[in-house]
Design a protein around this ligand. Sequence first.
Ligand SMILES: CC(C)(COP(=O)(O)OP(=O)(O)OC[C@H]1O[C@@H](n2cnc3c(N)ncnc32)[C@H](O)[C@@H]1OP(=O)(O)O)[C@@H](O)C(=O)NCCC(=O)NCCS
Length: 172
Amino acid sequence: MDRELGNPGALMTSLLRLGPADAGEMLTLQRAAYVTEAQAHGTLELPPLLETLEQAKGALGDPACFAWGIREAGRLVASVRIVVDGDAGLVGRLVVAPDRQGHGLGGSLLLAAEAAMPPSVTVFRLFTGERSFGPLRMYPKLGYVETRRTPELHYQVVHFEKPRVRPEDPVR
Ligand SMILES: CC(C)(COP(=O)(O)OP(=O)(O)OC[C@H]1O[C@@H](n2cnc3c(N)ncnc32)[C@H](O)[C@@H]1OP(=O)(O)O)[C@@H](O)C(=O)NCCC(=O)NCCS
């Protein structure tokens, strides 16, 4: 796929809603993608690496959880979850297969997933680790603003927020 960062429309046709039947594949992808984050933070005790298959199935079956993915020739190469919590969409577990990173999939998937969320969601929130240099560079490019840092074991968690902007909203 061509690099389409900032152009979620190009991805909307290939955006898939994932469910419990996709949990095994999603977990395999998630574990492969998060190894670099574990190395960067010096710990394997990261929730995405500790998640069990049963927990993943439960998450993907939760009506509040919207899991989205991209398949290339049938293979799941990217996924993200957005959990609806009141008017907020809590973004988590954005992952791209290691051999497909750096081609615009992660950024495009997140923008397309945001656009596909129910209209009740008016703000998106997410967090990442202070040594996750790729995500720390990516989220501001996608409109996210850092709101605070909180301590976690021996590193800081960086929190981001982004108000939802719809095409019909007036330009400020
Ligand atoms: C983070 C992740 C989802 C990004 O997916 P991706 O498809 O590689 O990202 P994209 O190609 O869409 O990149 C979008 C932007 O993010 C930034 N970025 C992403 N990964 C980067 C990296 N490793 N180094 C530097 N910048 C990076 C860049 O700014 C890039 O835009 P640019 O090339 O125009 O500068 C992917 O690298 C991944 O799965 N990482 C491991 C899991 C993880 O950390 N998930 C996020 C947890 S908060």
